[in-house]
Design a binder for this molecule. Structure first.
Ligand code: ZN
Length: 188
């Protein structure tokens, strides 16, 4: 399989809504291998198919750190079926080299998906863990939503983008998150 080129912010396919997978064909298995190879090559925690220019609903995550054995997780046609709580999360993205900013995320999520063998599964990630945040981050990529659309502070996000010569925020695309904002302001 192959390490593929990761598209950077500004490429149109990062803003597209990706298509459902109808069958876990050889083409999809190859895509999953490429996603994993590319994610590991870039030391990423997650990677979604649109980031390598394939607009299909597939992403991979591995939250293992240090000496922990690799633990690749594959999500095909994922759906977030439950979400609650709120957490502030400092995030980056392989499509935004070097840019990090604080974003709003749900603390707990439950996701339903199928794996690389075509088997359905349900996974719960709680307490704002890296896994809980990564699931939301990667899931968004399938709908053309990027982490900066959830930024806590527009000015900070703008300055980070500018610093790394990335295109500015699109205010039209910022996600309305009244509930999360209220919850987060309570925690402060
Ligand atoms: Zn990303």
């Amino acid at each position: 399989m192959a390490v593929r080129k990761v598209l950077h912010y500004g490429e149109p396919s990062l803003r597209e809504v990706s298509k459902e997978v109808h069958k876990v064909s050889k083409k999809i298995s190859d895509l999953v291998r490429d996603l994993l190879d590319t994610m590991y090559a870039q030391n990423g925690v997650g990677l979604a198919a649109p980031q390598i220019g394939e607009n299909v609903r597939v992403f991979v995550i591995d939250v293992a750190t240090g000496n922990e054995p690799l633990n690749p997780m594959v999500f095909i046609n994922p759906k977030i079926i439950k979400k609650s709580g709120a957490v502030k999360s400092n995030e980056g993205c392989l499509s935004f080299p070097e840019a990090y900013t604080d974003v709003k995320r749900y603390k707990n999520v439950m996701v339903k998906a199928i794996n690389e063998h075509g088997k359905p599964f349900v996974m719960e990630a709680k307490d704002g863990t890296l896994l809980a945040r990564a699931i939301q981050h990667e899931y968004d990529h399938l709908d053309g939503i990027l982490f900066i659309d959830h930024c806590m502070n527009r000015f900070e996000a703008e300055s980070v983008l500018k610093k790394y010569n990335l295109p500015p925020l699109d205010p039209e695309l910022l996600v309305e998150e009244k509930e999360l904002e209220e919850e987060l302001s309570k925690n402060d």
